[in-house]
Write a protein that binds this ligand. Structure first.
Ligand code: FAD
Length: 428
């Protein structure tokens, strides 16, 4: 199907998770003709809990959701800027199902359903002279046809391809091995001795779940300040693993422990299997490049990636990136020259490396930087920034998943206005 000059500009959104839904909704509102392709049978991406496991080594299960998960951010910052969670949910830290319900209601509210094609998998995207050729596999008919688009939003999610470090002796270890991506229920670890590697949000939370069923849990990490796991009676903190042995591991402090099961909570790899090499983007150690402002493909600026930055407020950054890119896609703003975009990228990376973070894996890490980033997007494209109250509330939540793991989810936040919020009924 070729496009004609009288057609509306066409947008292809890959994925209908939190990011894809947002890209779809904003593209439609901007007057573009947008379609979201979702390979799964329903919308919601990683928030869909399923006990299904990969059938073979080539099969992939998308979601990393596990039983009993409650969010590590309050719902007050997890809504979209123009669509919040309903007030009738009392708690701030909610279940994965409540997030899924929210995403469904977002799609319903903005009438997105007619524009979403479920069980349609984008298997190849390649640039042509002045548009994109997108091959879509319709699972229900088992057919695959090319479709042509002016713009592409890549919203395929980043929590599907496990990143397991190459630790000496891992092949020698005769116990069970898994990555947090496929962790589903704690009772699988009943009466076992388990080593959990990594103290990020997943590592900390899964430790707290698994310890209830397990006989003993070792939590290996290299945080500069040890998390308070005093409330976890059967959890022993260990430094990094130096090498695995037949029935356990030797740690960098020289100690040895034996265990039945090792779980890697060591993060994920960014992968874009459907993008052909002539898309002009490469991923080296999770550094996706060359991108302008962490989202625009500098080699083909009609393609945008949504949601690469991490340690952020996901929904808000997705929404800002989409509104930012749409200003250019709709011609309201002109892209800087390719040279300028490269110079901007090099300057930012230079600053990051200059701050001592010479680690490709952290090229899209934000943390405190996110607020500078939001300001930049807002001022370059003339779009509304995130509200100060979201910024303030986010600051109040920082690192609580490590140091207040046993208590922080009982906090209840209430947004009063664009500037102020209450915590447990009191002004902060
Ligand atoms: P996903 O939700 O992964 O959606 C991507 C979609 O793209 C999927 O539906 C997938 O099927 C589809 N897709 C992929 N490839 C293709 C293709 N080729 N063709 C068609 N469709 C395709 N965030 C928070 O804000 N708060 C939290 O408390 C929180 N907790 C989390 C806990 C866990 C365990 C994990 C893994 C993540 C958590 N996050 C949390 C982060 C969360 O992933 C993001 O907030 C957000 O939901 C990611 O949305 P996404 O659309 O980028 O990706």
């Amino acid at each position: 199907m070729m496009k004609t000059s009288v057609d509306k500009r066409r947008v292809c959104v890959i994925g209908a998770g939190t990011a894809g839904l947002c890209a779809l909704k904003n593209s439609l509102e901007a007057g573009l003709d947008a379609v979201a392709y979702e390979r799964g049978a329903e919308i919601g991406g990683t928030w869909i809990f399923s006990e299904e496991m990969p059938k073979d080594e080539f099969d992939e299960v998308h979601s990393s959701m596990y039983e009993g998960l409650r969010t590590n951010l309050p719902k007050e910052v997890m809504g979209y800027p123009d669509y919040s969670y309903p007030d009738d949910i009392a708690e701030s830290f909610i279940t994965s199902n409540q997030v899924l319900e929210f995403l469904r209601s977002y799609a319903e509210h903005f009438k997105l359903k007619p524009h979403i094609k479920l069980q349609h998998e984008v298997i190849r995207v390649r640039p042509r002279l002045d548009d994109w050729e997108v091959y879509v596999w319709d699972h229900s008919t088992d057919t695959c046809d090319p479709v042509y688009y002016d713009f592409v939003y890549v919203c395929n999610g980043h929590y599907t391809e496990p990143d397991i470090p190459d630790v000496e002796g891992l092949d020698l270890f005769e116990g069970k091995k898994m990555h947090s991506h496929l962790y589903r229920k704690a009772d699988k670890f009943k009466d076992e001795r388990v080593l959990i590697i990594g103290a990020g949000p997943s590592g900390m939370d899964i430790t707290n779940h698994v310890r209830v069923a397990a006989k003993q849990v070792f939590l290996s990490h290299h945080l500069s300040t040890a998390p308070n796991t005093a409330f976890m009676g059967n959890v022993t903190q260990k430094p990094d693993v130096q090498r695995f042995i037949k029935d356990g591991a030797v740690f960098t402090d020289g100690s040895t422990e034996s265990f039945d099961h090792v779980m890697f909570c060591t993060g994920y790899k960014y992968t874009f299997p459907c993008l052909s090499t002539d898309v002009g983007v490469q991923v080296i150690d999770n550094f996706v490049q060359p991108l302008w402002k962490h989202c625009i493909n500098i080699n083909h600026p009609t393609m945008a990636f949504v949601g690469l930055p991490f340690n952020v407020i996901p929904t808000h950054i997705f929404d800002m990136q989409v509104r930012f890119t749409l200003k250019f896609f709709t011609g309201q703003r002109k892209f800087p020259s390719r040279e300028q975009m490269i110079a901007d990228l090099e300057q930012e990376i230079g600053e990051r490396w200059g701050c001592g973070v010479r680690n490709q894996k952290k090229a899209h890490q934000m943390g405190e930087r996110q607020f500078v980033y939001y300001n930049e997007l807002a001022s370059i494209a003339g779009i509304e920034n995130i509200k100060p109250v979201i910024h303030k509330l986010m600051k109040d939540c920082g690192k609580k998943y490590i140091f207040e793991l046993d208590t922080y989810r009982s906090n209840k936040y209430t947004i009063v206005d664009d500037e102020n919020f209450l915590k447990n009924g009191e002004a902060v």
